[in-house]
Design a protein. Structure first.
Lengths: 337, 1210
């Protein structure tokens, strides 16, 4: 049985990648991921904005209350240097590379064009095998045109690609007027891969305190429907690799994503929920399904149910949606008692 | 000091005295035992920081630094290090030096060479003072140490080396002292002492011989013997030759130093006319001012001179006499200390004796014995100016010179003071003098320090900066005094004639006369939000008048807007610095801007590119916003300056404290001051500081009357009252009230009122408010709004609120917070930091027990905001009762408080005996009522007060000695609540021995530890309370060990009530703990978690309570109460009030800079310590849970096994 796949030009032992999550903050976890069979690991994201905020915060914390009271002209020792930049993240890449043999994919969320390119270069230098650009952007400015938002994405990809040699994937949200067009333009801009889709922290209300509490709910298998559709639609229409993230929880989920046309699948919520060892369980289940259904390789599976290859291409489009709705029958209401 | 050696390449540096001393001490020592004390703390901080960075001393080793529990401990550790052959030192001042005295006698007696670097500071007498004089130096002159005094920052660096070299050569220990603040904190451009100079002067062979003499089992010796009358005296005299040789040795070192550096010193340096008739003798920083004045006077034909005393001990009489010109007829010896009852001050006595001996010997070189007069000056950094020096010379020249005079004050009581002409000035025109008035923490001082560095390092000019800070921690004013000139600057006094005056905070312009010191044609720069068209009529009238009269050039900048636009928040430092350089002409503008930009890159580079960029942006944004305002308009200003004290204040408060508050205290004569240091309480209410830009505003429709805002307010500026509706007649139009919600208060009205002019705007109240507006959830029952538009109406509302009746305390249930909080606080409007975590506890204590509390307060934050003149937050109720407060020392507070208890108990007991004797005449019922009174609640206390009043009435008619005695003691029949208050530096470290003893005594005292987990008042040095992983001064690499569990130690006694509280996490638990502790008839200890600015949190934005909750939620801080009374009832005495930790400790640690900072300096170490901190928390939780889980009976049984002296007096 041949589970190998190629993602971002990287030859992988299987399509199972440990996706970006807090788990990859620890080297021990990354080792366990490799042991459990992960074909690659995407590190947690470096948030440039967060680093910037932290630097400003540190400066404020060190200056607060200083030089105003004669007995306490400062409240902290002032060391000669601070590790404020991405050094820790870069060291983490280097350590991860030393610790495991599988490809290590860095992940970056920038806040300025300069920040994207500078940090991408540093990550490449630190030894990462590839980079995932986590363009985590929620446009809320009513005066900002969709076109400008799209341009921003394209500019980031072009700028980063012009600065680095290693492969660059783009992790996207589905919230574009015409996602297909966006995918094509990103492909043309040089993206080596598209990771579908980003899951945002969504606000929630705490009714006890009447405050807004942003939090992240782990994905459920339902979440895979959206990437499934778009991967199936994009398969063979873009040059870039396709990775599925969101809702991949079982071996059969992986099968479906591969059939849609994914080159790789990112495991994230499922690992947070069931532990890193679940990678092995999913791989076993993928193998079992393939054996049972007499598939020889992942390559054989890949794209077999894409819009291009599926028996009913219209099933991925809006017409299908109307049909489902019109045939919907509510379940019977049970009589009490 | 002679002129510079022309052949040597000289490196200059611009630093303060403390860094100058630290620079040399660090290079020349191996072991440093340190302890924080103002103003020497920065020396230890520098050394600790350099060691943590791996910097090395002259011999290539990183010195070992150990923080001790007190100065006594530090001197003991140094003694030990010296005895085992290390070169060792410590740094201290004032009371700290006094704590070292026992070891100092030993070190000198054992001929152990060392140097203690001392920032000479006032020893506390009628009051504490952190400022500089020589009372500490004088107090140790009998210890046998050599004492070498530096007069300037340059001399501080030079003498640090000279004293060390002389110590090795003479085998005598040296005190190297320089004046606290005036020298320790003055920034000055000086010549660096190079390592090769140090190598040339320090003889390694002498260090080797010290090591050879060291204690070692390889060549054992016996030291520290006990000696009898047959031996001691002779042994004591055996060291004479060392003292005889020391002055010559020291002079020899000075001469070698001169050869190395070109800077020549003498043990007694004479300056002035070779044929002077009148000479002043003094030591310390005053020498420089005297030097400047002597030069000035002699240039104008006078014949005067000055002897600068360098080596004060051993006092070389012969060299002293030889230093004086033969022509001298009269001498004034000036002492910066006072020795009450002595025939004269110490230096005066030395000089008189030396001269007398010199005349009695070979007759000396004088034609006639000069007349010698003694005088005192400059106590506690009182200004010492050329005018005063001139007055001293005038006194010497007068036909009947005053002896034992004072100068610099107006002594209208014993008439010791010399008059002086304040207009007398020696300052030359080639010195640029600039004054800056800033708000603490707005960056003014930092910017000025930076400007001095730029000018000192980029130009051939000499530069000097001295900074005057406020004694208040919130809304404080800083005044920066900067001088720049082509010659070394000897003007060691504040600027009174400035070419440039800048007001960085417009609010101060309304209060302080800033233009009084501006010279004619000088420049005035004002930071203001108003435009050049708007500003003129808005200026106070005296400001307009002064500008016009002086023909000043007037410039404005809206620095706050520029700062905001540049992303700098409230820091206006860079902007104002650019303005200064643009207007002052010290440097060509372009050159200055480029130097500022370089300096920004240097200063902020390590903090990240954003910080550099925002400062650079601010530089570029500034010049376009700097405008000159023409003075062509009529004087039609906004009125007079605001008074510092409200007009309704009592005369003493208005006339004396008011002057101090206005910064005019120097004008007050001796007669204005109480001789024993006693001041009235209830005075902070008259100092309306109007600090808050925004104040909380109550929405009575939303309020649920939970009182959380009232209890947590650090400044007692949110108050609640519940009164009958008829009380509200005549209320001002905007006064708010609503129906009281508690069933017990049905029919009454509830009021929540803010003291708008006393609020600091910390918004803690808003943070803790749990009630939200249902229509608009961003609003709560209390919301911040701009103060200025509300000020006048709220002033009226506040005054009306004060006139409303207080609720009868007997009707208040003290354990229910929403009732208890209507009790009147007797601690209000302190100068503590905005959002202070300590003051709410004191306020709560004052509400509950203030009308019968007596407080012994350890030195620290709580003694500064509690008792620093001009005003005190301790207040009185309508009956005139309130906390009586006193600070003794830092180290003895528990003992001090125990003294209160023993004394009060004794008086009460004796009063009881007298009462029993007089029972027949007074009446049995009253006597029995008094002696058997139940005072366990407010009603019982009130009844007892009435009985005592009745007793007094009766005693008035009795004319017996017993009755008179009893009348003086009768008040002790009313229960007194003794409180011992201090911080963790006191309780865990310096005062721990005494605290332990007092807890063991069984006496009924209440100890309140305001635990900020660092020495907050001195700038955040590590204490034994500091938690693991916290970065603090003296723990720059993160504290490796865990926090001492003081509560557990106290619980081990079994008979001590112990509570650990965090008001922000559980206010009702705090309330219970206070009530239980006070009611417990034995020792009680409350350890109160106090959020602090030293935690690196936005305390001034109201997050203190949130941090307390987070600390409790993760188990970093436990809430518990241990009540021995429960054990006596067969229950487990320990009640754990915390829930099982529900968050990770790391979450808390990462929310405070004191921990988070370590992740930015040493991430690996941080990870390790944070993991240990989590383990600490889990272990502690389990341990306390186990303790709590024990059955009551077994816990009680264990308690009974603990042998303690139990002397409880109910």
């Amino acid at each position: 049985m041949d589970l190998t796949t190629t993602y971002l030009g990287l030859k992988l032992r299987s399509p199972l990648i440990a996706g970006a999550s807090p788990l990859s903050e620890k080297i021990d976890n990354i080792k366990q991921m490799e042991q459990a069979g992960a074909a690659a690991v995407v590190l947690h994201s470096l948030f440039e904005e967060q680093l910037r905020q932290e630097r400003i915060q540190l400066n404020q914390d060190l200056e607060r209350g200083t030089l105003s009271f004669p007995e306490a002209l400062s409240y902290f020792p002032e060391p000669e240097e601070f590790h404020l930049g991405p050094e820790q993240y870069l060291e983490h890449i280097a350590r991860a590379k030393k610790a495991v043999g599988i490809p290590v994919i860095a992940s970056l969320n920038g806040s300025s064009l300069g920040g994207w390119t500078k940090h991408a270069r540093l990550m490449e230098k630190a030894g990462a095998d590839a980079l995932e650009l986590n363009i985590y952007y929620i446009p809320t400015d009513m005066n900002l045109a969709s076109k400008d938002v799209e341009e921003m994405y394209l500019n980031i990809v072009k700028a980063v690609k012009s600065e680095v040699k290693f492969p660059v994937a783009v992790k996207l949200s589905p919230f574009f007027t015409n996602f297909a067009s966006m995918a094509r333009r990103l492909d043309q801009a040089g993206a080596d891969g598209l990771v579908l889709f980003n899951r945002f922290y969504q606000p929630d209300f705490d009714l006890a305190t009447l405050t807004v509490q942003p939090n992240l709910l782990l994905s459920t298998p339902m979440a895979m429907r959206l990437p499934l559709r778009w991967i199936a639609l994009l398969y063979s229409r873009v040059r870039a690799s396709l990775a599925a993230t969101s809702g991949v929880h079982s071996g059969t989920d992986v099968v479906k994503m591969l059939m849609a046309g994914a080159d790789a699948t990112m495991l994230c919520s499922v690992l947070l929920r069931h532990g890193i060892k679940q990678i092995g369980v999913i791989e076993d289940s993928l193998q079992a399904w393939m054996e049972e259904n007499e598939y020889e390789s992942v390559t054989q599976l890949k794209g077999s149910m894409s819009q291009k290859n599926a028996a009913d291409p219209s099933a991925f489009e809006r017409a299908q949606y109307v049909r489902i709705l019109s045939s919907y029958t509510p379940p019977p209401i049970e009589a009490p008692g | 000091m002679s002129s510079n050696c022309p052949t040597r390449k000289v490196r200059y540096t611009t630093i303060d005295g403390n860094e100058a001393a630290a620079y040399v001490a660090f290079r020349l020592n191996e072991v440093m035992a340190i302890y924080p004390i103002t103003p020497s703390s920065p020396i230890a901080e520098w050394c600790d920081q350099w060691a943590s960075e791996g910097k090395r001393n002259l011999w290539g080793a990183v010195p070992a630094i150990v923080e001790m529990q007190s100065e006594a401990g530090a001197s003991g550790a140094v003694h030990g290090a010296l005895q085992t052959g290390s070169v060792s030192t410590t740094f201290t001042a004032s009371q700290g030096l006094l704590l070292m005295i026992p070891n100092m006698f030993k070190i000198a007696g054992e001929l152990l060479p060392t140097v203690f670097h001392v920032t000479a500071r006032t020893v506390a007498t009628h009051a504490l003072s952190i400022f500089g004089d020589h009372s500490d130096i004088a107090a140790v002159r009998s210890t046998g140490w050599a004492i070498l005094g530096a007069a300037s920052v340059q001399e501080t660096m030079d003498f640090a080396l000279i004293s060390q070299a002389a110590a090795f050569r003479s085998r005598l220990p040296f005190i190297h002292f320089f004046d606290g603040f005036r020298t320790s904190h003055e920034v000055s451009k000086i010549q660096l002492v190079e390592d090769e100079t140090m190598r040339a002067l320090i003889d390694d062979a002498l260090i080797a011989s010290q090591r050879a003499r060291a204690m070692s089992p390889d060549h054992p010796v016996l030291r520290g013997t006990a000696q009898n009358p047959d031996a001691f005296f002779q042994g004591r005299e055996a060291t004479n030759s060392y003292y005889a040789a020391c002055p010559g040795i020291t002079q020899g070192v000075m001469d070698e130093f001169a050869r190395q550096t070109g800077r020549a010193y003498k043990l007694f340096d004479y300056v002035g006319a070779p044929d002077a008739k009148h000479v002043i003798v003094l030591m310390g920083s005053g020498c420089e001012t005297a030097h400047e004045t002597v030069d000035f006077l002699n240039q104008r034909g006078a014949k005067v001179g000055l002897v600068k005393v360098r080596l004060y001990r051993p006092f070389d009489s012969q060299r002293f006499a030889e230093a004086l010109p033969p022509s001298v007829e009269s001498i004034a010896v000036l002492d910066r200390t006072k020795e009450p009852g002595a025939v004269g001050e110490p230096l005066y006595q030395d000089c008189v004796t030396a001269l007398f001996e010199s005349m009695a010997g070979d007759g000396g070189h004088f034609a006639r014995m000069p007349k010698v007069f003694g005088g005192r000056y400059g106590l506690s950094s009182k200004e010492f100016t050329p005018a005063m020096v001139e007055a001293v010379f005038a006194n010497l020249a007068s036909p009947t010179p005053k002896n034992h005079f004072t100068v610099g004050i107006n002594d209208d009581v014993s008439h010791t003071s010399l008059p002086y002409n304040p207009e007398f000035s020696t300052e030359s025109d080639d010195v640029i003098r600039a004054l800056f008035f800033g708000l603490g923490a707005d960056g003014t001082v930092g910017a000025n320090k930076n400007s001095i560095k730029i000018i000192g390092e980029e130009t051939p000019n000499y530069a000097q900066g001295y900074f005057v800070y406020d004694s208040k921690k919130s809304g404080s004013m800083t005044v920066s005094h900067l001088r720049f000139g082509p010659q070394p600057i000897r003007s060691i006094y504040l600027i009174s004639r400035a070419n440039f005056v800048a007001c960085h905070q417009p609010v101060f312009l309304e209060r302080y006369d800033m233009l009084g010191s501006l010279v004619k044609g000088g420049t005035f720069l004002l930071n203001t939000p108003y435009s050049k068209e708007q500003i003129w009529p808005l200026l106070p009238t005296p400001v307009q008048e002064a500008l016009v009269a002086k023909g000043a050039r007037f410039y404005i900048i809206d620095a706050t807007s520029v700062a905001r636009a540049s992303g700098m928040g409230g820091r206006i430092n860079t902007i104002m610095q650019v303005c200064f350089f643009a207007l002052s002409g010290v440097l060509p503008k372009e050159e200055a801007i480029s130097a500022i930009k370089d300096s920004i890159r240097k200063t902020y580079g390590k903090k990240g590119e954003e910080i550099v960029q925002m400062n650079l942006k601010a530089v570029d944004n500034t010049l376009a916003q700097l405008f000159e305002v023409p003075l062509t308009r009529p004087v039609n200003g906004a009125g007079p300056l605001l008074p510092s004290i409200t007009p309704n204040a009592p005369p003493f408060v208005r006339d004396v404290l008011g002057k101090l508050a206005a910064g005019l205290g120097d004008e007050l004569p001796v007669s204005a001051f109480p001789a024993d240091g006693t001041y009235p309480t209830g005075t902070a209410q008259y100092e309306k500081r109007n600090l808050a830009l925004e104040i909380p505003v109550w929405d009575q429709a939303i309020c649920i009357q939970c009182m959380k805002c009232v209890v947590v307010c650090p400044h007692a500026t949110i108050r609640a009252k519940v009164c009958p509706s008829e009380s509200f007649e005549g209320a001002p139009p905007t006064f708010k009230s609503t129906a009281a919600r508690l069933p017990e208060w049905k029919g009454l009205k509830f009021v929540l009122q803010v003291a708008a002019e006393d609020c600091t705007g910390c918004s803690l109240c808003v943070e803790v408010c749990p009630a939200r507006n249902k229509k608009e959830t961003k609003l709560k029952a209390i919301n911040m709004q701009a103060q200025a538009p509300l000020r006048m109406a709220e002033r009226e509302n506040w005054n009306f609120f004060l006139s409303l009746p207080e609720m009868d305390r007997r009707k208040i249930k003290p354990l229910i917070l929403r009732q208890q909080q209507v009790m009147q606080p007797l601690f209000e409007f302190s100068g503590a930091c905005a959002g202070c975590g300590e003051t709410p506890y004191l306020k709560l204590m004052s509400q509950l027990f203030g009308d019968r509390a007596i407080i012994g307060n350890a030195t620290g934050c709580s003694s500064i905001y509690g008792g620093n003149l001009p005003t005190t937050p301790y207040a009185k109720n309508g009956a005139g009762r309130g906390p009586a407060w006193c600070n003794s020392l830092f180290e003895d507070t528990a003992e001090f408080g125990l003294g209160f208890r023993v004394s009060i108990d004794h008086q009460k007991e004796f009063a009881g005996e007298l009462l029993a004797k007089l029972a027949a005449t007074i009446g049995g019922d009253l006597v029995e009522g008094i002696l058997k009174a139940n005072q366990s609640d407010e009603a019982g206390i009130e009844e007892q007060r009435q009985r005592v009043a009745a007793l007094r009435q009766k005693l008035r008619n009795l004319n017996s000695p017993e009755a008179t005695l009893l009348a003086s003691l009768a008040d002790q029949f009313v229960k007194k609540s003794v409180w011992i208050v201090g911080g963790d530096g006191w309780a865990y470290d310096i005062g721990y021995g005494g605290l332990d003893h007092v807890l063991a005594s069984g006496r009924d005292v209440n100890v309140l530890v305001l635990d900020t987990e660092v020495y907050s008042n001195t700038g955040g040095q590590m204490s034994k309370s500091t938690p693991r992983g916290a970065v603090a001064k003296f723990a720059a690499g993160g504290k490796p060990s865990g926090k001492k569990d003081l509560g557990l130690i106290a619980m081990a006694y079994g008979n001590v009530y112990v509570a650990s509280v965090a008001m922000g996490a559980k206010d009702e638990q705090t309330l219970k703990a206070f009530v239980e502790a006070e009611s417990y008839p034995g020792p009680s200890l409350i350890i109160a978690y106090s959020t602090c600015i030293a935690h690196g949190i936005a305390l001034d934005a109201g997050i203190g309570a949130r941090q307390q909750k987070l600390a409790v939620d993760c188990g970093q801080w436990l809430l518990y109460r241990y009540d021995p009374r429960r054990a006596e009832a067969g229950e487990n005495p320990l009640q754990l009030d915390s829930q099982a930790p529900k968050a990770k400790v790391q979450e808390f640690l990462e929310s405070e800079n004191r921990f988070k900072m370590l992740t930015k300096t040493n991430p690996d170490h941080a990870r390790q310590l944070f993991a240990q901190a989590q383990a600490d928390s889990e272990r502690r939780w389990k341990f306390y849970q186990d303790l709590q889980g024990r059955t009551g009976a077994s816990a009680a049984a264990e308690r009974s096994k603990i042998p303690v002296s139990f002397e409880t007096k109910p």
